[in-house]
Design a binder for this molecule. Structure first.
Ligand code: SF4
Length: 658
């Protein structure tokens, strides 16, 4: 294998020869994919009309990933029956009028050399609405509420037929392939898993009975679409739930599916509420389900797809090269950067915008029935609306004040559009709050994103001036026509009785994480939002005894539920005590007096208080600019303290408006 090192703008990149296995073609049934990257079927919850027909929005979103070099594009959440709709805005395949839109979608994806497939599914007890059906009347363990109705034998037959009919419509619409969703706790997986299937008839009990629904669906689809149309199946390698489907079951089922004509198997894991989540956050190692794909691959000769936080082309290359899987499924990685495949192929992997594994805009949002997006890529879902010509007729001088993630995003986009950009940052390094947010245990993916932004600024020729405050001299020197203020926010010291007289050490969360202050052994953290919990984890990881007192009713609401789940597990391990609905009455010499849910309690024996509650915008720069006749934008926390998603999307909007 030849690897060529190229140096571009000071950054090292590997030539395309670094990924020869990933970019080798593969035959899947009767079709040939140009490479081994399959876009996972993501239920993105946008891009359909009121009848569930695919719109230009969904086509443009998927076509962008095809244009970016992805070998196979899989449309997510294709519903086969109204009783199994997972989310309100997913493709509906139970009426013939879906076919013309599928044909338009397929055309737009195939134009870029990618294959276009549809994942067909029934949500069963994990459907979002309140007329759910399932093999047995057992509620889903998490996320959705309500007890489903147990299907009758006749209804099982109807749904089998619905799968076949939907498959036929996909073929008529000109799609290249299909994937049957039999994983993640949806209806077919519910039949497979003893956890959800307590039936006493021929669809429940023994292994052969539990797989019957799956097999009948595959047979019915094969009959409907013919032997030549590629039909894959997504299965769980593990449910990661008590009395669930296991890897031994998956290895037993896989050869049966192959024998009945499955073109490929895609191996994933987890159900709603499982111990290991289907969509793991940044706390989980990339490639977390590869061992399951490998175990299944040992039992079949058809291609096997591996999923689970595979976002790095090098990891993808390695697992294909080592024979652990034949293809990789990438979902969030392609939301974050639709051009991932092209960039990897042309040897520019370090220009790939990395998914940070926050699960916020892509997973948490859609589970809240909102349209999906991406924290680091606000263009998701707007691909057909944005003018990405990236040239301006008259370049302007743009000054960005603040080098956190918002400031860097603004500088990057302004420079991409051809403006002459200077970024000034008061600290000796870029990254702002995100640099600190990357330091607690398990948050390193945020740091990788900051490093990407830094490389981009270098690549795009942005002039970065560190340890530089906005000043009259700087304005005179730079003569900006536009200023984008992205100076962020800081923890606010609350007005608490005794806070300024207590002998305890009083520090901010930022000071602790940055290492400019050291906490004692017993620490009270005031504030249980994201920064409070991350600081508590940071302190507990270093051996501290930590108590978190939170005013609100819920902890870390700004985190996605997936991310919060892993953080809460860590806090449990670190024996961090969490109290919510806690109002501080007074700060004492070695603790606090507090009202918790109406009861007064005292916490004593502490040596440090960490402030991690309210934040205040840093807007000093605006004073200098208020009388200047300059096009002015204020973005992110400088406008109002919120999340990384707001910081980046507002910054990019401002840069596009220059
Ligand atoms: Fe990745 Fe977060 Fe974007 Fe989802 S929202 S794709 S997890 S960066």
């Amino acid at each position: 294998m030849e690897i060529t090192l190229i140096v571009k703008n000071g950054s090292k990149v590997l030539s395309m020869d670094a990924f020869p296995n990933l970019f080798s073609p593969i035959k899947i049934g009767t079709m040939q994919a140009k490479n081994r990257i399959m876009m996972s079927a993501m239920s993105i919850n946008f891009g359909v009309d009121e009848r569930g027909r695919v719109t230009d929005q969904l086509s443009a979103y998927l076509a962008a990933r095809a244009r970016g070099g992805t070998g196979l594009i899989l449309v997510g959440g294709g519903g086969v029956h109204p009783s199994g709709v997972e989310l309100p805005n997913l493709p509906a395949l139970w009426r013939d009028d879906c076919i013309p839109a599928l044909a338009r979608l397929a055309g737009k994806v195939r134009r870029h050399g990618a294959l276009c497939g549809m994942q067909i599914m029934h949500g069963g007890r994990q459907s979002y609405h309140d007329h759910k059906v399932a093999p047995s009347a057992i509620p889903a363990p998490a996320v959705v509420k309500g007890t489903p109705k147990a299907l009758t034998i006749a209804e099982i037959g109807d749904l089998t037929e619905a799968f076949a009919e939907a498959a036929g419509r996909c073929r008529e619409g000109g799609l290249d392939f299909l994937e049957i969703h039999a994983a993640h706790g949806y209806l077919i997986n519910q039949f497979l898993s003893p956890n959800a299937n307590r039936r006493k008839d021929r669809y429940g009990g023994s292994f052969d009975n539990r797989i019957r629904f799956m097999i009948e669906i595959l047979d019915a689809i094969r009959t409907r679409v013919g032997p030549d149309f590629p039909v894959g199946v997504r299965i769980n390698g593990e449910d990661y739930i008590d009395n669930g489907w296991t890897v031994a079951d998956a290895r037993r089922l896989a050869p049966i599916l192959e024998a009945r004509g499955a073109a490929y198997l895609s191996v994933s894991a987890g159900v709603y509420g499982s111990r290991q989540l289907t969509i793991p956050s940044m706390y989980v190692e990339p490639g977390c389900f590869v061992h399951l794909a490998q175990a299944v691959k040992e039992t079949v000769s058809i291609p096997v797809v591996s999923a689970g936080r595979i976002k790095d082309p090098q990891l993808a290359e390695t697992l294909v090269a080592e024979g652990k899987a034949d293809l990789v499924a990438m979902g969030r990685a392609l939301l974050a950067d639709p051009d991932l495949a092209l960039k990897a192929k042309r040897g520019a992997a370090d220009t790939i915008r990395p998914c940070i594994g926050c699960c916020l805009a892509c997973i948490h949002a859609v589970l809240a029935l909102e349209p999906g997006s991406c924290v680091v890529n606000p263009d998701v879902g707007r691909e057909g609306l944005l003018d990405n010509a990236q040239t301006v007729r008259i370049p302007k001088r743009v000054l960005v004040v603040g080098g956190g993630p918002g400031g860097m995003a603004a500088a990057r986009v302004a420079a991409m559009w051809g403006h002459q950009v200077t970024l000034c940052e008061s600290q000796p390094a870029l990254g702002g709050a995100a640099r600190l947010a990357a330091l607690p245990p398990g948050r390193g993916d945020i740091g990788a994103f900051i490093e990407f932004q830094e490389r981009e600024l270098t690549r795009l020729g942005v002039q970065v001036r560190l340890e530089t405050h906005l000043s009259a001299e700087l304005l005179k020197e730079e003569k900006p026509q536009t200023v984008i203020v992205a100076t962020g926010s800081l923890t606010e010291a609350p007005l608490l009785k005794g806070l300024f007289t207590t002998p305890m050490q009083v520090v901010s969360a930022e000071e602790i994480i940055a290492g400019t202050e050291k906490a004692g052994r017993r620490v009270l953290v005031l504030g249980g939002d994201q920064i409070g919990l991350l600081t508590a984890d940071f302190l507990a990881d270093a051996g501290g005894e930590v108590v978190v007192l939170h005013r609100g009713r819920h902890f870390a609401e700004a985190l996605s539920s997936n991310d919060r789940y892993y953080l809460r597990e860590r806090l449990k391990q670190g024996q961090v005590a969490l109290y919510k609905k806690a109002t501080i009455q007074a700060v004492l010499d070695d603790g606090v007096r507090v009202t918790i849910d109406g009861n007064i309690e005292t916490f004593n024996g502490f040596d440090t208080i960490v402030l991690a509650d309210k934040r205040t915008s840093l807007r000093k720069a605006l004073e200098l600019l208020k009388d200047a006749e300059i096009d002015l934008h204020v973005v992110g926390d400088a406008r109002s303290p919120r999340t990384l998603q707001f910081a980046i999307s507002e910054a990019e909007e401002a840069a596009r408006a220059v």
